[in-house]
Design a protein around this ligand. Structure first.
Ligand code: FES
Ligand SMILES: [Fe+2]
Length: 343
């Protein structure tokens, strides 16, 4: 069961063109395309005639044409033409999803379309703000999206999974502070007077000792933003002065496809050397390699979970962030499945 009445990222902005694009979100197959004016359409990916996925058809101006017998549907999912029929009943239609393009992503609303509220799209302004440089990619991961949330809410794993780039022993020794409210969970870790690991030494352009931070925030349904960076040691970063440091935000948006598969939209936005496109590309390459290391772990973990239904995940101190995030998810799911009491 997935959280309803939330915006989910279905694709990057550049992925949707004037041809059908298919992706399943929370178990719902969806077809997307752009109209000639570039506005977006998102429809149930199932022809109302004989159920061929509409994504196997073609786009004709503002319409999508089924690739089997040529039914034509508009952006509201209504049938406007069916070969060999003068009049088609109004019931011949498919579900249309609210869809919005914002902060480099395409978002679809899963749940009651009447409840879709654009104000609830997460504020990822750093992904489209010219004062920041942003790029990223997508991984299709064969795991429950909550395993990804666990992974991102506990960066202790960096020491063991990413030892050559961002991992370092000091991460395992630094205390973790976990806080929460009714919509988010935040884990904060500061490391003082340490040597920057290779990724951060290269961004700081120095091997001098630094203060390093990792502040990860989970918000529903499955978004984790991690404020990360380093500053020259003792220059006031813990008190909020990052002038002698470099800041990045690791942008992680998880969209469940099924119980055991996830579309993972990853990226990083930074506030330094924002016009250096080469640096943007190098960071994207580095991040892609780092996350590929996570995927190996996550998929092996999921395979073992499926193989061993008699076992459960254990929670230790380092898991506090993930545990609390899962608790928030469970609380919302319980509300969703509670019977509606008559007023
Ligand atoms: S299956 Fe689509 S028009 Fe027949
Ligand atoms: Fe990782």
């Amino acid at each position: 069961m997935f959280l309803n009445n939330y915006w989910y990222v279905i694709a990057w902005d550049y992925e949707i063109k004037q041809k059908p694009f298919a992706r399943t979100v929370c178990g719902e197959p969806i077809v997307l395309f752009r109209r000639p004016d570039r506005s977006l359409v998102a429809l149930e990916d199932c022809c109302p005639h004989r159920m061929l996925p509409l994504s196997q058809g073609r786009v004709k101006g503002e319409l999508i044409v089924c690739g089997y017998h040529g039914i034509e549907l508009n952006g509201k999912g209504e049938c406007v033409h069916m070969p060999n029929m003068d009049k088609v009943p109004a019931s011949v239609r498919v579900k249309a999803y609210p869809v919005v393009e914002r902060h480099r992503y395409v978002w679809v609303w899963i749940g009651d379309p009447a409840a879709a509220d654009e104000a609830r799209i997460p504020d990822l302004h750093w992904c489209s703000d010219p004062n920041w440089a942003f790029d990223g990619g997508t991984y299709y991961v064969r795991c429950d999206y909550r395993l990804l949330v666990d992974n991102l809410m506990d960066l202790t794993h960096e020491t063991f999974v990413h030892p050559t780039s961002i991992g370092q022993e000091e991460i395992t020794q630094a205390p973790i502070k976990t806080t929460e409210d009714d919509k988010s969970v935040t884990v904060t870790r500061w490391m003082h007077d340490i040597e920057p690991p290779p990724f951060w030494a290269s961004n700081l352009k120095s091997n001098d000792v630094c203060d390093r931070w990792q502040i990860g925030t989970f918000t529903l349904p499955a978004n984790v933003m991690i404020d990360v960076g380093v500053a020259r040691a003792g220059t006031g970063a813990p008190e909020g002065n990052r002038k002698q440091g470099v800041t990045g935000i690791v942008v992680d948006v998880m969209t469940p496809e099924s119980d055991t598969t996830t579309w993972y939209f990853w990226g990083m936005t930074r506030d330094f050397e924002v016009k250096d496109q080469g640096l943007t590309c190098r960071i994207k390459d580095a991040q892609s390699a780092v996350f590929a290391e996570d995927i190996v772990v996550l998929e092996a973990q999921q395979a073992n979970i499926l193989r061993r239904p008699d076992r459960t995940l254990r929670n230790f101190n380092i898991d506090a962030g993930g545990v609390r995030a899962r608790r928030l998810i469970d609380r919302e799911l319980a509300k969703q499945s509670a019977p509606v009491t008559a007023a």
